[in-house]
Design a protein around this ligand. Structure first.
Ligand code: Q9C
Ligand code: ZN
Length: 338
């Protein structure tokens, strides 16, 4: 399948994130998307450029003042390369090569720094997802939207969890103008942003499998009693996962989640794909003792494709950089071979 990708993401390269008041090297690193792109290219998938979207596609799910805040914050940060030494919370010494800032407003956590290139990268990442939606509407063609920065934690008016604009929500909003939409989120973390944006919508179903928010980020949402409100009542379904889950148990939960998608009879399916459920993922899978291995991602891809709904794929998290190319290629192989 075609992979939509832009090197623009390389300009979003913060060096550190704040955790309980101390700085640490950031986990959401540019090399992530490079590894996934290389892995998919090597597996024979064609890499294509996105069509740049207009601002209205972004303000369809985010408030104009939030979008403008990110633009202004990015523009206010120095673009020049500045070498600066800093010490992390574990005493490690690093060199920071570009100035970054942590926004004080419109933000839900301290993991989401901005640099001068953040706004451009975030707009392009949204464009990648929107281009996948356009191809799905026009040709019923499944594409892999290789978004970076990721999007599913971004709320209507708040950045967080390394996310600025909610790429999958921007895509789903576009799809919803042509039919009903299900968003399936298999990232390790709950897609609080996507849930919130569509929480009162009856034409967009949100279904998510993720680590139990009692113990894992985003801590604020993701429990099974969050089922939607108003027109969106019963159009939101959360499947929190216990620590220590293995691939077989995950398949069982995914099957339940997919049943919810099938019952909704959507015209389109957008999947938020994260590789952070992987057993070696340093900030997620390994922390929750998930036993999910490489081949399990083929099973997931295959199960999703077996629904036979016009589908697009959107990149979210995944932080074990050495295996990301292999994980993506395996997921797509499962999806295509079904
Ligand atoms: N010490 C996505 O996967 N917590 N975002 C990091 C590291 C933030 C994950 C803790 C996790 C955000 C898109
Ligand atoms: Zn995640």
């Amino acid at each position: 399948m075609k992979v939509i990708y832009s090197p623009e993401h390389l300009n979003h390269n913060p060096q550190s994130e704040v955790y309980d008041g101390a700085l640490y090297p950031i986990s959401e690193h540019p090399e992530r998307a490079e590894q996934i792109m290389q892995g998919l290219h090597t597996a024979g998938h064609e890499i294509v450029a996105p069509v740049q979207i207009d601002l209205e596609s972004i303000t369809a799910v985010h408030t104009p003042r939030y979008v403008e805040y990110i633009r202004r914050q990015s523009a206010a940060i120095m673009a020049s390369q500045i070498e600066q030494e800093w010490t992390d919370g574990d005493g490690g010494v690093h060199t920071r090569t570009r100035s970054q800032r942590h926004a004080s407003n419109f933000i839900m956590d301290s993991y989401t720094p901005l640099v001068n290139g953040t706004y451009g990268a975030a707009v392009t990442s949204a464009s990648v997802a929107a281009s996948a939606a356009d191809r799905l509407i026009a040709d019923a063609e499944t594409t892999y939207a290789l978004c970076r920065p990721p999007g599913h934690h971004a709320e209507r008016q708040r950045m967080g969890g390394y996310c600025f604009f909610n790429n999958v929500a921007i895509a789903a909003q576009k799809l919803s103008e042509s039919g009903s939409v299900a968003v399936l989120d298999i990232d390790f973390h709950h897609g609080n942003g996507t849930q919130g944006i569509f929480y009162d919508r009856g034409d967009v179903l949100f279904v998510s499998l993720h680590a139990n928010p009692d113990r894992q980020f985003p801590y604020l949402t993701g429990w099974s009693d969050e089922q939607g409100v108003g027109d969106g009542r019963l159009c939101n379904a959360n499947f929190p996962i216990d620590d220590g889950i293995n691939g077989h148990e995950y398949d069982g939960l995914l099957a339940e989640a997919l049943d919810r998608v099938v019952d909704f009879k959507p015209d389109f399916l957008a999947v938020s794909v994260g590789y952070d459920t992987y057993k070696l993922d340093p900030i997620a899978g390994a922390k929750a003792d998930f036993r999910i291995d490489v081949t399990d991602f083929a099973t997931m891809g295959s199960a999703i494709r077996s629904l036979d709904i016009p589908t697009m794929l959107v990149q979210e998290g995944g932080y074990y950089v050495p295996d990301l190319g292999k994980l993506a290629a395996t997921f797509v192989r499962g999806f295509e071979n079904n």
